[in-house]
Design a protein around this ligand. Structure first.
Ligand code: ADP
Ligand code: MG
Length: 363
């Protein structure tokens, strides 16, 4: 049997909403699963149920063949017996304890020498070696985050659960740490579930996306799948960006990047931090469709292609153009009629460089 995490969590809040979320995914490949959705969608509730900090009203949770919760049978494995590592939004470090004591907090069952060795090992991996005697209050936000990660990983958890791990940081630190966190999660070898409401974070951190809206799971898929092919209008609204292409850096010049996405090359503003792999993101409303043929404009990207699909959505029409990549454009119905946009029509897709957003993706 393939190793998997499976849950069906029902939690009713008195005078509040109902969270009724079910999902299942394999644990072997794709280490980072992002629970993504707007604020209030039920992400934290699901994460806390997985951790055993919330007892659902109904349903079950099975991790790698082990039942952690089964409402019908009255099974409830307490948090400490699940072998999960937790990292909360505000990190919840113990302010009166040193960094070393915080990192070693979950290791009280180990003999002292082993505990100390494990703390030293994690401090080295997370760049905390010089900070072990400090208190959390004397650390930067990024350092506190690394302490919280070290503490979560110290007892060798089987599953890491992170709730908005970057939200306590200021924007520049957050951006700097996104890639670092991704790299770290991948190297840790521990499957992780990361909660975020932030699209860029979901793109930068996740392999797999689980989209939660109004307490239910609406879609599960790879990051580009969910962003590029949302199952319904609500998921589309939540993910916001229709075109998300796995890309590789081709070259840099004058503050611009050229990336290759499928068989197309896209010019974008260089956000910094791109090494090789990245996602190139374009909103469908930022794609202009023009008749093919020569045409001078200020736009950096002019991709010749063919319309492969058309979907009418009230006053708007969603056009998919194959121009080396499948690019989705949102145009008005009037424009679509005027240009005769239908499958087979040759067309040029035009996108300004600033409309191509690059999210670095460090492997
Ligand atoms: P998210 O983490 O996606 O923002 P939460 O899981 O925290 O969402 O909350 C889901 C919904 O449940 C929200 O509408 C929230 O107000 C509600 N909720 C969460 N905890 C409680 C609680 N203890 N009592 C009542 N309602 C709650
Ligand atoms: Mg939350």
């Amino acid at each position: 049997m393939e190793r998997a995490l499976t849950f069906d969590v029902v939690r009713r809040f008195p005078r509040g909403p109902v969270v009724s979320a079910r999902a299942s995914w394999p644990l072997g490949s794709a280490p980072v699963t992002v629970l993504f959705g707007p604020s209030g969608a039920g992400k934290t509730t699901v994460l806390r149920a997985l951790a055993g900090l919330v007892r659902p009203d109904a349903g079950e949770i099975v991790f790698d063949g082990e039942t952690w919760f089964d409402a019908d049978r009255g099974t409830f494995v307490p948090p400490q017996a699940r072998g999960v590592g937790l990292l909360f939004q505000e990190y919840a470090l113990f302010p009166h304890l040193s960094v070393a004591a915080n990192v070693g907090f979950g290791l009280h069952r180990l003999p002292r020498a082993q505990r100390e060795a494990r703390v030293v090992e994690l401090a080295e991996r997370l760049g905390l070696s010089d900070l072990l005697r400090r208190r959390p209050g004397d650390l930067s936000g990024g350092q506190r985050q690394r302490v919280a990660l070290a503490r979560a990983l110290a007892p060798r958890p089987r599953l890491l659960l992170l709730d908005e791990p970057l939200s306590a940081l200021d924007a520049p630190t957050r951006e700097a740490l996104r890639g670092e966190l991704r790299q770290f999660l991948e190297r840790s070898g521990v499957p992780a579930v990361v909660v975020t409401h932030d699209r860029t974070e979901a793109l930068a951190l996740g392999d797999r996306l689980v989209v939660l809206v109004d307490g239910t799971v609406r879609q599960i898929g790879s990051v580009p799948e969910v962003f590029s092919a949302p199952v319904d209008a609500e998921v589309a609204r939540v993910v916001g960006t229709e075109n998300v292409f796995p890309s590789r850096l081709v070259r840099r010049a004058d503050g611009l990047l050229v990336v290759r996405a499928g068989a197309a090359e896209l010019v974008a503003i260089d956000p910094g931090g791109v090494e090789d792999e990245a996602y190139a993101c374009v909103r469908a409303e930022d794609v202009v469709l023009e008749p093919p043929g020569g045409h001078e404009s200020s736009a950096q990207n002019r991709l010749a292609g063919t319309v492969v699909a058309r979907r009418d959505e009230g006053p708007l029409v969603r056009i998919t153009v194959d121009c080396g990549v499948k690019l989705v454009a949102l145009v008005t119905r009037a424009s679509a009629e005027r240009m005769g946009l239908a499958a087979g029509r040759p067309i040029a897709a035009v996108v300004k460089a600033p409309s191509v957003r690059i999210v670095p993706r460090r492997a």
